[in-house]
Design a protein around this ligand. Structure first.
Ligand code: PLP
Length: 285
């Protein structure tokens, strides 16, 4: 297996960045995770658009032109013979003597790795759904930037694992769910409306989220983009999370509450199928 590091394809075990890389020193960088199905990239356009936005907000220069990045991703996927899995790419402000302010001169660092996956969800997860716990959202207020500063998410995921859960839903000070640690949060209300939080600085606007919204609208599913409370989620008919690597994952337990009848619901199943069809069809490139 190979990794890409600043212009070179190197054996994974020898892939390294400098100790004074600002990604390492300050988490001064951004990333994307793109799913690969049938050797093709899923929703590449959405991920590159969001990368452009993250870089722009932080005033980090593109490490290579976007069309070159596309070629490099494909070369790494081909070289590692990944038919199904994910590609991770990280861009940092580059290497410079340690100092908080932006360096006058630095070349952005680009690192890419791939991961194979035999499946994106276990049969058990799809059959029974997963559990999520709720935790306070202790992150900064620019969650719209896909920053590599992920310590709150690391702590949140660890709490989830220790509670036997798949994900942790983060709560704002009003008690509304912002999103998962690495996924967006969705519910289907008691009256059958699909709800997910609106995308502003308080959540990461998932690329999968955007595709699901479009697919739901196309399918004529009643949809509202708004905040929802933990209590509303407890009472929901259905719940699920979305991300590039899980698509639509049914949630059947939130803290100590059973969601709906405790089984994955029909809205989630429909949207998962619609997303899978899209991801292996027109959404792949
Ligand atoms: N929200 C957060 C905080 C995330 O880290 C992620 C993905 O890692 C998502 C949402 C889902 O985004 P996407 O669908 O683009 O994977």
């Amino acid at each position: 297996r190979y990794a890409y590091v600043n212009g070179r394809f190197v054996p994974h075990g020898e892939a390294m960045v400098h100790v004074e890389d600002r990604g390492f020193q300050f988490a001064d960088g951004v990333y994307e995770v793109v799913t690969i199905i049938g050797g093709k990239l899923v929703d590449e356009r959405g991920h590159l658009d969001r990368l452009a936005r993250s870089l722009g907000e932080l005033r980090i220069a593109w490490p290579v032109a976007p069309h070159v990045l596309k070629l490099l991703m494909r070369r790494l996927i081909a070289q590692n013979r990944v038919r199904q899995g994910t590609i991770y790419l990280q861009v940092t402000r580059g290497v410079a003597p340690r100092d908080f302010k932006f360096p006058k001169h630095s070349d952005s660092t680009l690192v890419m790795t791939t991961k194979r996956a035999t499946s994106f969800a276990t049969p058990e997860q799809l059959e029974n759904g997963v559990k999520v716990i709720s935790i306070p959202d202790i992150r900064w207020l620019r969650r719209d930037i896909k920053s590599v500063a992920l310590l709150p998410q690391v702590l949140g995921k660890q709490r989830a694992v220790e509670a036997g859960a798949f994900e942790a839903w983060q709560l704002d000070p009003e008690g509304n769910v912002t999103e998962g640690c690495s996924s967006n949060a969705w519910i289907v209300t008691e009256t059958g409306t699909l709800v997910t939080r609106c995308a502003n600085n308080l959540i990461l606007n998932g690329v999968t989220r955007l595709s699901i919204i479009r697919l739901a609208k196309e399918a004529g599913i009643p949809f509202e983009e708004r905040a929802f409370s933990l209590e509303e989620a407890y009472r929901a008919r259905e719940a699920f999370v979305s991300s590039a690597s899980t698509f639509v994952m049914p949630v059947t337990r939130i803290d100590d509450h059973t969601v709906g009848n405790g089984r994955p619901g029909s809205f989630g199943e429909r949207l998962r199928q619609a997303y899978l069809d899209y991801a292996s069809g027109e959404g792949a490139s």
